[in-house]
Design a protein around this ligand. Structure first.
Ligand code: COA
Length: 209
């Protein structure tokens, strides 16, 4: 923790739940390690700025973008030269009917067209939509029903339809763990085929040597 800027340390200490604090700390270590490894900064104590909507970014480096997400056992990070968003969620039991309140008709059709796997499909749509919202970085000022993510279960393609004219976004889902859904949204269709995984010990030893 001592390696982080003081204001970040104090933010992490404010979490009531120690696990939230740990996820936040690991997320900080993860992105700082990536930035240092790419030689974009010389140490780990540099400041990350946040937009008015809360999206963190590395100031003064135009062609380096990142986004972080955490859910229960996982902290994930995606980096790219252009806008990027990532979302991980652990599946949990909830009233799937809320899909009708927040998602588009096409998305609800995808979720409810099968009797089985509705919860998995709900979280697929959830993480894909959230990855787009996080890539754009404007939070929930983007109405959730103003765009659709269309998953084609026959050929595994993911299409994006939006009321906005800017539809040049690409999506990829990764399998990371049972009961988790993970989605990334980027400006280009050049996703890595696999994710790099690190455990906390590896991350700590990379940082403190
Ligand atoms: C904050 C938000 C960006 C994501 O929240 P979330 O899914 O609960 O949390 P995640 O773990 O995926 O992401 C949190 C991280 O995103 C980053 N983040 C914060 N604000 C962001 C923004 N406006 N845009 C992109 N990334 C942002 C931060 O790194 C944050 O980490 P921190 O909490 O340790 O500071 C925001 O979109 C939100 O509140 N969403 C509400 C969720 C929802 O109702 N989604 C509907 C289903 S589609």
């Amino acid at each position: 923790m001592g390696l982080l800027p003081l204001e970040k340390q104090s933010k992490l200490r404010q979490f009531k739940d120690i696990e939230d604090s740990m996820r936040g700390l690991i997320a900080e270590m993860l992105i700082r390690n990536i930035i240092k490894q790419k030689n974009l900064r010389n140490d780990y104590q540099f400041k990350l700025a946040t937009t008015t909507f809360g999206k963190p970014y590395l100031p003064d480096v135009e062609n380096f973008k990142f986004n972080l997400s955490h859910s229960e056992d996982w902290v994930v990070c995606a980096v790219d030269e252009n806008q990027i968003g990532i979302d991980i969620e652990k599946e949990k039991l909830l009233d799937l009917q809320i899909a009708y309140q927040f998602f588009t008709k096409k998305e609800c059709d995808y979720i409810f067209s099968l009797k089985n796997h509705q919860m998995q499909r709900f979280f697929e749509i959830w993480t894909l939509k959230e990855s787009y919202i996080k890539a754009v970085g404007l939070g929930l000022t983007i109405p959730l029903d103003s765009f659709s993510i269309i998953l084609d279960s026959n050929d595994s393609t993911i299409r994006f339809e939006s009321e906005s004219n800017d539809t040049a976004f690409y999506f990829k889902q990764y399998t990371i763990d049972t009961f988790y859904k993970l989605a990334v949204c980027a400006r280009g269709d050049h996703f890595p085929t696999e994710i790099k995984q690190l455990n906390v010990d590896d991350l700590v030893s990379k940082i403190i040597g």
